[in-house]
Write a protein that binds this ligand. Structure first.
Ligand SMILES: [Zn+2]
Length: 154
């Protein structure tokens, strides 16, 4: 038996986004903001393993923070390690996970400064080698976490 179409669906306006003022970008749009010319921080709507590989191909160190459920990509426009930048530090202090990249052609391992800046919590470095997990005591594992990088061609 068919019911009359009198039942209304839930008022969609009650589900209106509270995400608010901060614009969210697609990965492609975000990358356009991440140059070595000026410091920038952008929120991306999602970040895939393929996107992470693309980040290493940018010619600038990029930090990835997750703040209140939002994925934030940022650069410092500085030649120093990203973690040395005060703005980056304040972003990462709020982040539930700490990740940064070393661009292709740069050292693939965490730097002495990376270890020094890290606390006892695990941080992640994404480089051309893959993903290294480390903390202030050194590498968590001597080989990169390669799960999402295993499809790279020799
Ligand atoms: Zn580094």
């Amino acid at each position: 038996m068919s019911s009359p179409l009198s039942e209304r669906t839930v008022d969609e306006s009650t589900e209106a986004s509270v995400a608010g003022e901060t614009p969210e970008y697609t990965f492609g749009q975000a990358v356009d903001h991440l140059t070595k010319d000026y410091a920038a921080a952008v929120i991306v709507s999602s970040l895939s393993a393929a996107d992470l590989r693309q980040l290493v191909k940018q010619n600038v160190e990029i930090g990835i923070a997750v703040i209140r459920g939002k994925i934030v990509l940022f650069t410092s426009a500085s030649k120093d390690e990203l973690r040395m930048n005060p703005v980056a530090q304040s972003l990462l202090a709020e982040s539930s996970i700490i990740i940064h990249t070393h661009p292709e052609g740069m050292r693939t391992m965490p730097s002495a400064m990376d270890y020094q800046m890290a606390g006892s919590a695990t941080e992640y470095l994404i480089s051309a080698d893959g993903v290294y997990a480390y903390n202030h005591d050194g590498l968590i594992s001597n080989t990169p976490l390669d799960a999402d990088y295993s499809c790279r061609t020799p």
